[in-house]
Structure formats: structure tokens, C-alpha cells
Design a protein around this ligand. Structure first.
Ligand code: AP5
Length: 210
């Protein structure tokens, strides 16, 4: 099954993809994670995209498409994958439908206010990528990852100014995907304001996953 997860920043796409990956083995391909990995390793790509991510702007379409295309050629993707945060422009979506048509696009519907609350409290493990929240999804030990005891960090684009910019970019460039995927009959709308458990079971039920 080839799935797209799209929605505002902080809607819960990463958290849910990781859970689906654990339960069903579907690889999670997060363009944000791929870019951050390159930034961390100071690759040529990382140096090119670092300031774009920090400001909350979008990486150019062709560059993003080619990275996803390369990643989906890996053997682990032969039975499908979750594209987490890609496509996020009409150009990316149209190109991807030509390259490798998806089965369903899961739209995480959430309010801007909820996004602000979620992103301002998000903490991430630098080693395993596990996502926490200081109120809604606390680690067992304050500031430490449950999996590997690493010190959790705050993403540089989770500062208020960058969050506002990401929301503007989202409304302008990504929201038109709702109409695009509705028109090609691939959209599945999820109420992402609900608790993690409710969001997860709504997705499983709408995708008919046992
Ligand atoms: P990316 O990493 O994809 O960021 P994003 O889309 O802004 O999404 P986030 O990772 O911020 O949020 P999420 O929806 O995964 O939420 P999460 O599960 O973490 O992209 C980063 C940057 O890379 C972009 O700004 C851009 O520059 C570039 N980029 C990436 N893809 C691109 C593309 N296709 N084209 C061009 N540029 C691209 O949850 C958030 C918080 O909420 C967590 O603390 C979590 O614990 C909590 N939470 C989750 N679910 C719930 C719930 N149900 N109830 C309460 N709390 C919850």
C-alpha cells in the first residue's frame, strides 16, 4: 500500500507513521527527516537546505521529488510505504502521480491553535527520532528518550516565528492538495485534533487495516 500523509505542521503525521511502521512494517519516508539527516551529516544537500528548513520555507520541488524517488527505489519499499510530508505542493503531487501513483492520501485535519500547542511542546530524540510532547506525550524520565536515554532536543523550526511561517506556507502551498486528491478520489480525511489513540484507530478503520 502506497500512502501519502499530509496536513499542517505538527498535525501528528510523524507520530502516526512511526506507529504504523512498528505495527505493519510499512517504511516511513519523511522528507523532513531525510533533510535533517543530511544537515546533521553536513552533506552537500544538507548545506543547501539548512537555512530553508530553519526558516520554515519549502525545499525546491525538483530536488525534493528526486530525493523521494531515490529513496523509494530501496528494497524495503517494494510492498509500499508511507510518504510523510511529501507531496506538499501541487507540482510535487502531479509529478508523483506520474512517477508512482499512490493508493490513498491521508489528510490530517487540525486547527492552527492546536498546531501551535503541539509544536511548542515537541521534543525529539536525536538518536532514534522518537517524538514526545512535554504535556501530551511525556517521556518516562524528564528530557530523556525512553528507548535510548539520549537527551531530547527542540527542533530549530519549532520556534514561534518559524511555526507561523510554516503555517502560512502550509495554507498557501499544501492546502490545495485537499482539492487535488479529492478530485482524483484518493483522499481520506482524519480528525487530527483527537487523541493519538483515536486518530490511530480512525486511520486503521478507514484503511481497513486489521
Ligand atoms: P517536516 O519534518 O515534514 O515537518 P512538518 O510537516 O512541518 O511536520 P512536523 O514534523 O512538524 O509535524 P508532524 O505532523 O509530523 O507532527 P508530529 O507527529 O511530530 O518538514 C520540515 C521541513 O522540511 C519543512 O518545513 C520544509 O522546509 C522541508 N520539507 C519537508 N518536506 C518537504 C517537501 N515535500 N517539499 C519541500 N520541503 C519539504 O507531532 C507534533 C507534536 O504533537 C509532537 O510533540 C507529538 O507528540 C504531538 N502529538 C502528535 N499527535 C498528537 C495527538 N493526537 N494529540 C496530542 N499531541 C499529539
Amino acid at each position: 500500500m502506497k500512502l501519502v500523509f499530509f496536513g499542517a505542521p505538527g498535525a501528528g503525521k510523524g507520530t502516526i507513521s512511526k506507529k504504523l511502521n512498528e505495527e505493519y512494517g510499512l517504511p516511513q519516508i519523511s522528507t523532513g527527516d531525510l533533510f535533517r539527516e543530511n544537515i546533521k551529516n553536513r552533506t552537500e544537500l544538507g548545506l543547501k537546505v539548512s537555512s530553508i528548513l530553519e526558516k520554515g520555507e519549502l525545499v525546491p520541488d525538483q530536488l525534493t521529488i528526486s530525493i523521494v524517488e531515490m529513496r523509494t527505489k530501496n528494497n524495503d519499499c517494494k510492498n509500499g510505504y508511507i510518504l510523510d510530508g511529501f507531496p506538499r505542493t501541487i507540482i510535487q503531487a502531479e509529478n508523483w502521480e506520474k512517477i508512482s501513483p499512490i493508493d490513498k492520501a491521508i489528510y490530517f485535519d487540525i486547527t492552527d491553535k492546536e498546531v501551535m500547542d503541539r509544536l511548542s511542546g515537541r521534543r525529539v530524540c536525536p538518536k532514534c527520532g522518537q517524538i514526545y510532547h512535554i504535556l501530551f506525550n511525556k517521556p518516562k524520565k524528564d528530557g530523556k528518550c525512553d528507548n535510548d536515554d539520549e537527551t531530547l532536543y527542540i527542533r530549530p523550526d519549532d520556534k514561534e516565528e518559524a511555526i507561523n511561517n510554516r503555517l502560512n506556507v502550509y495554507h498557501k502551498q499544501t492546502e490545495p492538495l485537499i482539492e487535488y486528491y479529492t478530485n482524483i478520489n484518493k483522499i481520506v480525511k482524519i480528525n487530527a485534533v483527537n487523541s493519538f489513540e483515536d486518530v490511530y484507530s480512525e486511520i486503521k478503520s478507514k484503511l481497513k487495516l486489521k
